[in-house]
Design a protein around this ligand. Structure first.
Ligand code: NAG
Length: 311
């Protein structure tokens, strides 16, 4: 029976080249090389490694599975694959957090809010497993500046470089997903966090701005749905002290109420006025635009501090 490996080499190469760029990307590639030795040929092919797709959320994978310095994620990152470097950055954030917690530097845990606590517990699961601790720590040492300097390999990446790339390239969803890990990772990488508390301060600002940005982007994207929610909310709560009630889309609700107050308009009337709604829609979009600028300014300041600290 003929198999795929009977095909001309160029064709197999082309199939793999397409496969690694598909949505299953790197994961599918890892799967086929694990089942067929013939495909091992392609594991070191830089043109394939460079384009492999790593589109994944850390929530849906077990990050401990990536802790392999000979694995596809590290290979692709070293080949210059930006998507791989981005995921590897996340793995570094999680590994550092794991080490910070497992090495008992728990002083920091006092400042973690409940939502972040949930994320920590969901992703960092094995801090009490000694075998896992040494796996994480040897993985991290591969990226240590001291190690990399002695090896003098042009493609080797240093952990703070990967964190910097994450800081440069992350979008608001990345910061929402990884915010707590970013903060703890930086604490871990700095020998004495008190030395550069401005860095931690700006990182915290970037993360909270990203959350606000993500929220506004959602409101802007599904404006009509959000507004319907606000309208229904206001119908039900028409005579209460609304500022005290928080909940979904409360920012939009506050915006509506402020606009009405300032223009002396009646709430229900304003909400059924097309012009009012259009102006509101525009205002949300403008605020989102401002928020993107705010995020990129904060990011730039945080990056400067980051470079002061690590470069
Ligand atoms: C807000 O949403 C509108 C409509 O979907 C879109 O055209 C606009 O670019 C968005 N604003 C921003 C700042 O992204």
């Amino acid at each position: 029976m003929a198999t795929i490996t009977d095909l001309p080499c160029e064709l197999v190469y082309y199939i793999i080249f397409l496969l690694v760029q598909s949505s299953g990307g790197a994961a599918d590639f890892a799967r086929i090389i694990s089942v067929c030795r013939d495909f091992h040929l392609y594991v070191d092919d830089v043109s394939i490694l460079r384009v492999a797709n790593f589109n994944m959320k850390m929530e849906s994978v077990n990050f401990y599975n990536f802790l392999n310095v000979k694995g596809l994620l590290v290979k692709c990152s070293e080949a210059g694959n930006a998507a791989a470097q981005h995921v590897l950055g996340k793995v570094i954030l999680l590994s550092s957090t794991h080490l910070l917690l497992s090495e008992g530097k728990r002083k920091v845990s006092g400042v973690i809010d409940p939502c972040d606590r949930l994320k920590l517990n969901r992703l960092i699961r094995d801090i009490n497993v000694p075998a896992q601790n040494s796996k994480v720590s040897s993985f991290m040492s591969y990226f240590s500046p001291l190690q990399v300097r002695t090896i003098d390999s042009p493609t080797r990446l240093v952990h703070h470089q990967l964190v910097k790339l994450f800081l440069i390239n992350g979008n608001h969803d990345d910061f929402i997903e990884m915010g707590i890990f970013l903060r703890l990772c930086i604490r871990y990488l700095m020998s004495d966090p008190r030395e550069n508390s401005a860095l931690i301060f700006y990182i915290t600002k970037v993360v909270s701005r990203a959350c606000y940005n993500g929220y506004l982007a959602k409101v802007n994207e599904s404006f009509s749905d959000c507004l319907r929610w606000v309208r229904e909310f206001l119908e039900v709560h028409s005579d209460r002290r609304l500022y005290k009630v928080s909940g979904k889309y409360s920012c939009l609700r506050h915006l509506v109420m402020r606009k009405c107050l300032m223009a002396g308009l009646d709430l229900p009337e304003a909400l059924s006025d097309v012009n009012f709604v259009d102006a509101l829609r525009q205002e949300v979009s403008d605020q989102l635009g401002q928020s993107y600028i705010g995020l990129s300014n904060l990011r730039a300041v945080a990056l400067d501090r980051f470079k002061d600290q690590f470069e």
